[in-house]
Design a protein around this ligand. Structure first.
Ligand code: ATP
Length: 380
């Protein structure tokens, strides 16, 4: 008997646009196969939202669906975005709405070296095994700001988050008059403390004693000085076993490129986390292997870091490994640790045992999305 025997989980699945449905098919089948080997079962409830639903119905993501989604154990998402829809509509209306509605305050983006996956920088025998813990609700991503052709921005600044609300105005006149834009960033003690706790707990689970806070307090002292100080104080107060180091984001990028394997847990404000995790993904192997999770105390959502990649949708060129590894994060989140390990091992085994032509097209092989899916399933 293992702890998973007889357990049932209901998982919301939003395959979305472009390569989303192709890569989600692999993620679903891999998670199903592993869970059933451990005696658990996953019931998938599909949601149709995305570009074609929007173009057909003019609806993006109705509130009734949000309510229903909140009852699931977790959500898997493929990708959102389509050239037929103005950029931003679906991303804001679906991705950001889900993140904010369910207060998914952690964006978790691991990066690990995989067998036979070429890296752009020599690793000199070392492995990349790092994870970006990105604050997911604040910083420059609160969407408050405006642009002006007339030298004056006067915009309301009302913000509602799970733990607080903020009200006010951004009022700015520029002289001599010229077009300009202004956007506001915010970091609160509430949000920085809870993301720091998550980062420290992640380090503990990984058996590590250090986290690195990614900052830029020398140039942006209020915003990032506050983030850095609050993170350090929280870690020192509540996690005496964890050392909290600080790196400025520019220096960190330099060191990451020169020694990609030197970091473990990287605690980032929202903007730096977005950028650093793409750099990390590029260093570890590419878009096709970068997994992600948006995690909160309510519904958590797991998705590959890549977008809908309309240029390769339907061609078989999509690499589903990023989505499959996102299902690993999902399985771990719902407590199916053993099943998560099974899927992770299956991905490694497939890559390890592949001849060059059996590798994903992204890595110079000939295997299509469907063939990679089959190969991973065979290894579970
Ligand atoms: P977004 O702007 O939403 O991030 P996008 O579709 O413009 O999305 P990405 O999905 O991030 O951009 O991908 C950029 C490029 O990387 C794609 O155009 C595609 O060629 C490649 N790519 C992305 N995902 C994969 C994948 N899973 N397998 C293979 N190639 C991929």
């Amino acid at each position: 008997m293992n702890g998973a025997e007889g357990k049932r989980f209901s998982i919301a699945v939003l395959a979305g646009d472009g390569i989303g449905p192709e890569v989600i098919s692999a993620a679903r089948r891999a998670a199903d196969a592993a869970a059933s080997r451990d005696g658990a079962s996953l019931e998938w409830v599909e949601y149709p939202f995305g570009a074609s639903f929007y173009l057909r119905t003019n609806e993006i993501l109705p509130d009734s669906a949000l309510k229903e989604m909140s009852a699931h154990s977790a959500m898997m998402l493929g990708a959102i975005g389509d050239p037929a829809v103005k950029p931003g509509i679906l991303e804001r209306g679906i991705l950001l709405k889900l993140r904010f509605e369910f207060d998914q305050y952690v964006n978790l983006r691991p990066a690990a070296s995989l067998p036979n996956v070429p890296t752009p920088v020599p690793l000199n025998g070392r492995r990349i095994d790092s994870v970006v813990v990105r604050e997911n609700t604040e910083d420059l991503y609160i969407g408050l700001g405006d642009m002006s052709d007339a030298g004056c921005v006067d915009a309301p600044m009302d913000l509602k988050r799970a733990g607080y609300s903020a009200t006010g105005r951004l009022s700015l006149r520029i002289s001599p008059e010229m077009p300009f834009a202004a956007q506001v960033a915010l970091n609160t003690k509430f949000a920085v403390e809870r993301i720091t706790r998550y980062a420290c707990e992640t380090a503990r689970k990984r058996g590590e004693k250090v986290i690195t806070v990614v900052s830029k307090s020398n140039a942006v002292p209020a915003l990032y000085g506050f983030f850095e100080d609050t993170a350090r104080e929280t870690a020192n107060r509540e996690f005496p076993d964890i050392e909290c180091k600080v790196a400025n984001v520019d220096a960190l990028c330099y060191h990451l490129v020169r020694s990609p394997a030197m970091y473990g847990v990287l605690l980032c404000p929202n903007l730096f986390g977005d950028i650093v995790s793409d750099l990390q993904a590029g260093l570890a192997g590419g878009m096709g292997t970068a997994a992600g999770g948006n995690i909160g105390d309510g519904l958590s959502m797991f998705e590959p870091v890549h977008g809908s990649a309309p240029d390769i949708a339907g061609t078989g060129r999509a690499n589903p490994i990023a989505a499959v590894l996102s299902s690993v994060l999902m399985l771990r989140h719902i407590g199916l640790d053993k099943s998560a390990e099974r899927v992770e091992r299956a991905v490694s085994r497939y890559l390890e045992s592949s001849r060059r032509q059996e590798l994903p097209i992204e890595f110079g092989g000939d295997f299509t999305c469907g063939q990679i899916e089959e190969a991973i399933i065979k290894n579970i």
